[in-house]
Design a protein around this ligand. Structure first.
Ligand SMILES: N[C@@H](CCC(=O)N[C@@H](CS)C(=O)NCC(=O)O)C(=O)O
Length: 387
């Protein structure tokens, strides 16, 4: 079947998708997209990717966007070809997902800023902003410190031949589940939402961020980034909320609400929209929750310029959602899935701020938000908040 990659050479996300295709030794056709004439914003291209970005991947009549959605599909659809890129074992795969989340949430935002300042700006005749470079070099340095420590434990983030891969005992799904977290933390609430959708009993261990309990040596041993939540299930320990939700969805596939489809193509589409949440919705909505909710809570002053800037970034994302929700009831397809669930913490906070008007202005987005926010599992999560 013909494989096609819509691309512009030099784009990091295109190179990410190409790297996976080449690791899998797959023949594919390049379809160049002419950025000079803004071909990526034409109706024909927007029908392939409503975000108007490359890469887009076609496997016959199956179409995907978001580079990490593409690499994951390629790795899973062509498991027996070329390099093995993902583990089938549930727990090993969970550890891999956790480090993939670290790349998406921590390495990419900092390294992309630096590639823009130090590589792309000079190419376009623009001047690098040294203050931004210094700020993001420091942030990247912190991530690379964690990588340095991790790479002392294994050759790659998780390598088959490494002796340090835990030989996971066959944890019974009935074993106690622990979640170290903080009430009100969006990431903690995201993990809890998945656990409650699955109707699971959780031993919740509160972590006091106010006294920096998350930076204690004991906590850093569980999550070197010193952040909540951390999940424990038998000998498996995970951080990064979206890695936790994915493990919970897969380990308890047949319990409670189904959160990920077992059909490979449907699950690939859900992954695409999970990536859209992580790469587009989360960066804008997290800035807005910080300015409009957390800052006032901590006695700090909201910066209205930042609010205006990030409202402008959130709007086109919500426009894409509005259109998507004309095609199906939920973002990932016709049923509720992790693609919707991952939005809950920030959407819930924003509904109590002036940003609610951006949701209200889009009827389908507004109906979708009310629908997902009224789920009993989410009500159970928010009932933990002080009254
Ligand atoms: N990408 C991470 C983000 C985790 C995160 O930002 N946690 C916050 C609370 S919502 C935290 O622990 N902050 C304390 C800190 O960074 O020192 C995830 O999804 O788990």
């Amino acid at each position: 079947m013909a494989l096609k990659l819509y691309e512009i050479i030099g784009s990091p996300p295109v190179f990410r998708a190409m790297a996976a295709l080449y690791e899998k030794d797959l023949d594919f056709e390049f379809v160049p997209v002419d950025f000079a004439t803004r071909e990526q914003k034409t109706p024909r291209f927007l029908a392939l990717n409503p975000l108007g970005q490359v890469p887009v991947f076609e496997d016959g009549d199956f179409k995907l966007f978001e580079s990490r959605g593409i690499t994951k599909y390629v790795a899973e659809a062509y498991t027996d070809k070329g390099t093995g890129l993902v583990f089938k074992d549930l727990k090993k795969s969970a550890i891999q997902t956790m480090w993939m989340e670290v790349e998406g949430q921590k390495f990419d935002p900092t390294s992309s800023k630096l590639t823009w300042e130090l590589f792309f700006k000079p190419i376009f005749g623009l001047t690098a902003d040294e203050a931004v470079v210094t700020e993001f070099e420091e942030k990247l340095g912190n991530v690379l410190d964690v990588y340095e420590q991790r790479l002392m434990e294994c050759n790659y983030f998780l390598h088959q031949s490494s002796s340090s891969i835990p030989n996971f005992s066959s944890t019974s799904t009935a074993m106690a589940i622990k979640l170290h977290g903080t009430v009100g933390s969006p990431a903690t609430f995201r993990a809890l939402a998945a656990l409650y959708e699955k109707d699971l009993d959780v031993d919740f261990i509160p972590v006091n961020l106010g006294v920096n309990e998350n930076k204690s040596p004991q906590f850093l041993a569980r999550n070197p980034f010193g952040q909540v939540p951390v999940f424990e299930h038998g000998d498996l320990q995970l951080f990064e909320s979206r890695a936790i939700t994915k493990y919970v969805a897969e380990a308890y596939a047949d319990k409670g609400t189904s959160l990920l489809s077992k059909d490979p193509k449907k699950s690939a589409i859900q992954t695409v929209w999970m990536e859209v949440e992580s790469q587009k919705f989360d960066p804008a909505s997290s800035k807005l929750t910080w300015e409009l909710f957390f800052k006032p809570l901590f006695g700090m002053t909201t910066d209205e310029t930042v609010v205006a800037e990030f409202e402008k970034k959130l709007e086109p994302v919500l426009d894409v959602y509005e259109k998507r929700l004309t095609e199906c009831k939920y973002l990932g397809g016709d049923s509720f899935s992790l693609a919707d669930l991952h939005h809950l913490p920030n959407a819930n906070i924003l509904m109590g701020t002036k940003v609610k008007s951006l949701f209200d202005a889009r009827p389908r987005v507004s109906a979708w938000a009310s629908d997902i926010l009224s789920r009993p599992a989410w009500a159970k999560v928010t009932s933990m908040l002080p009254k």
